[in-house]
Design a protein around this ligand. Structure first.
Ligand code: SF4
Ligand code: SF4
Ligand code: FES
Length: 474
């Protein structure tokens, strides 16, 4: 590997890497604003300028490729003076509102100001001010805080493939906006807030709900479709506040779609059934676990059973169901379900040119690999259904007229179609393995403790198997 010298240290780099990435590989952070590894390089903010031997002027590290033998200084007097000047220039028009800004604690401007700026201001001029503006359902804009790095503009045109963010006017009056102030249209709008290095673009769903330093970050995988984008769940006190992308250059790079980002809300819906229950004509009646399992077994006793498993289950859960079927309902047929119109991986395909896929569950491929076929319609001889789902799989249509028992995550209105419901865990409450559309094996991780009386699937199946009732086997 070629080598260069950064701050007196010999640093190996991959040909084609810029100085920011080469330095990062050696643990040296060069401050920056406009550079983002997933976007084109524009070298606009000048914050990353460094001294390079034999070059008369400072050079921007984001737009300079590392070269064999290059000698770079990121902390020389000239470099530090430039950083201070850039910070002073950027802050000349920035409000002093970090204490009330939602980006506080994860703001590049705040961090760089603290590390590389000056503690004193020489300006006496009034800051320019704008009102906060809605940019559609996902993003709120505060132009007072914008530093015109153009990351958002480049994200729109280069990644979201929609040129919806533009810079209007010039100089002190430059304003980032959508054309004619229209709402953002992309299905990937949350990423605008992730990449904005200041509090100019924030997510409406999250802003002012929690200070970021209170959040525990759990690395996991999105369950929103068969792509398997990597993300983090941010939770505090057993409540999810947001999901953000986690870099994986092989799958989602740095991005998440909005559907996957906000999917977690069903986990905390007030109408989620968290107690074992049975349905009576008067509605749902909460029961204890032992009697619910007895009722579930009684409901299916003597029936010709089919087992339907959501393709939102993990490999471990699906394998446990297969074993349970062999031991206790060996005559039953078993199928998977999850997305209307998607019966197998052959029906799955990209939904757009960015990330989204047509299968709206994460483990369709995994269930097929376990030999489970897709459910198309109820055969006439089936008289009982055991339906097991995580929470994301869409319940199949046209399954009326047979006895039904449900295990997993159900809302109360969904629960009314079942005789008995045994509440299970969502993707955020369990560990497990899923296979994305291309067969990549990934782990989802538990971020929350099980809510209410909900239990893991293997525990429920074990209780079912071990409970002796007057209804005979299983
Ligand atoms: S809104 Fe944010 S991302 Fe866009 S130019 Fe301003 S600071 Fe940069
Ligand atoms: S593309 Fe699919 S896996 Fe990725 S964030 Fe969206 S829903 Fe989740
Ligand atoms: S990060 Fe290099 S000029 Fe902005």
């Amino acid at each position: 590997m070629p080598k260069c010298i950064i701050d007196g240290r010999e640093v190996e780099f991959t040909p084609g890497q810029n100085l920011i990435e080469a330095a990062k590989g050696a643990g040296i952070d060069i401050p920056l604003f406009c550079y983002h590894p997933g976007l084109s390089v524009v070298a606009q903010c000048r914050m990353c300028a460094v001294e390079i031997e034999k070059m008369p002027k400072l050079q921007t590290a984001c737009s300079t490729l590392a070269a064999e033998g290059m000698v770079v200084k990121t902390k020389s007097q000239k470099t530090v003076e430039n950083q201070k000047s850039v910070m002073e220039f950027l802050l000349a028009n920035h409000p002093l509102d970090c204490p009330i800004c939602d980006k506080s604690g994860e703001c590049d401007l705040q961090d760089n100001s603290y590390k590389h700026g000056s503690a004193y201001s020489r300006t006496t001029e009034e800051r320019r001010t704008y009102l906060d503006l809605d940019m559609g359902p996902v993003i709120k804009k505060n132009m007072n805080r914008c530093i015109h790095c153009t990351r958002c503009i480049r994200f729109g045109s280069e990644i979201a493939e929609i040129r919806e963010m533009v810079a209007l006017k010039r100089g002190n009056n430059t304003e980032i906006t959508t054309i004619d102030g229209r709402p953002l249209e992309t299905d990937y709008a949350g990423n605008y807030a992730d990449i904005c290095p200041t509090g100019s673009l924030t997510i409406k769903d999250f802003r002012f709900k929690k200070r970021v330093w209170f959040l525990e970050k759990v690395p996991t995988v999105c369950e929103g479709c068969s792509k398997g984008c990597n993300m983090e769940i941010h939770q505090d006190n057993n409540q999810i506040y947001r999901c953000v992308p986690r870099e994986n250059k092989e799958i989602n790079h740095y991005w998440l779609c909005d559907e996957g980002r906000f999917n977690f809300h069903y986990v905390e819906r007030e109408d989620r059934l968290l107690d074992p229950a049975r349905t009576k004509t008067s509605g749902l009646e909460v029961c204890d676990w032992a009697s619910s399992i007895d009722l579930a077994k009684a409901a299916l006793a003597g029936k010709n059973i089919a087992i339907l498993v959501g393709s939102d289950l993990t490999q471990e859960e699906a394998a446990a169901v297969l074993q349970f079927k062999e031991q206790h309902y060996s005559q039953a047929s078993i199928y998977h379900f999850g997305t209307p119109g998607i019966l197998s991986t052959r029906d799955d395909a990209p939904e757009d040119r960015i990330l989204k896929r047509k299968s709206k569950t994460a483990n369709l491929n995994g269930l097929e690999k376990l030999g489970i076929r897709g459910f198309s319609k109820l055969s006439a001889d089936v008289t009982g259904l055991l339906i097991i789902r995580g929470g994301r799989a869409t319940l199949p249509a046209d399954i009326d007229g047979v006895e039904k028992v449900g295990i997993g995550v159900f809302m109360k209105d969904q629960a009314l179609m079942f005789s008995v419901i045994l509440p299970g865990l969502s993707f955020a409450e369990k560990d497990g393995t899923i296979l994305n559309y291309e067969g990549r094996e990934q782990r989802i991780r538990r971020a929350l403790q099980p809510p209410g009386q909900a239990k893991g699937l293997s525990e429920i199946l074990m209780m079912w198997a071990n409970r002796k009732t007057s209804h005979g086997a299983a």
